[in-house]
Write a new protein. Structure first.
Length: 140
């Protein structure tokens, strides 16, 4: 497992219509797995680096509204999955939400991600049949 202190999570920015070039390697890898990452102008994007190797290993995003937010664009490169990176990204964004006085988080989960949200107390709102996606809500 990767220790949180070995990850550097940095805001890349927001207001993009396409992913910034610093994240292009992650976007390209995700496309090879059939993941079509999209971004909106309201999305704040974060890059996740594994400091011991100075390696870009993940990205995540959030749209910050007043009192609520939506987690988006979460992707971990295959070599760093099942090592705790995803958990740390969730916890990082929950911390950011609390700093912003946000109490409600919404996100769409895949089969790979849903259990991490359910462990934190999220509730299932809707299942998107045919897509294999579940909309969840987490009160913090």
């Amino acid at each position: 497992m990767i220790d949180r202190k070995d990850l550097i999570i940095t805001e890349v920015g927001s207001g993009y219509e396409q992913f910034p070039s610093v994240l292009q390697p992650i976007v390209d890898i995700s496309k090879t797995e059939g993941r079509n990452q999209s971004i909106g102008k309201m999305t704040t994007i974060y890059k996740v680096e594994y400091e011991p190797l100075n390696l870009l290993v993940a990205m995540c995003g959030a749209i910050w509204y007043k009192g609520t937010c939506k987690f988006k664009n979460t992707y971990v490169v295959p070599q760093f999955r099942k090592k705790g990176v995803f958990k740390h990204m969730i916890d990082f964004r929950i911390e950011e939400a609390r700093k912003r006085k946000i109490r409600l988080i919404n996100t769409i989960c895949t089969k790979m991600s849903i259990n991490e949200y359910l462990r934190r107390g999220a509730t299932k709102v809707r299942y998107y049949d045919g897509w294999g996606l579940t909309y969840v809500r987490l009160e913090i």
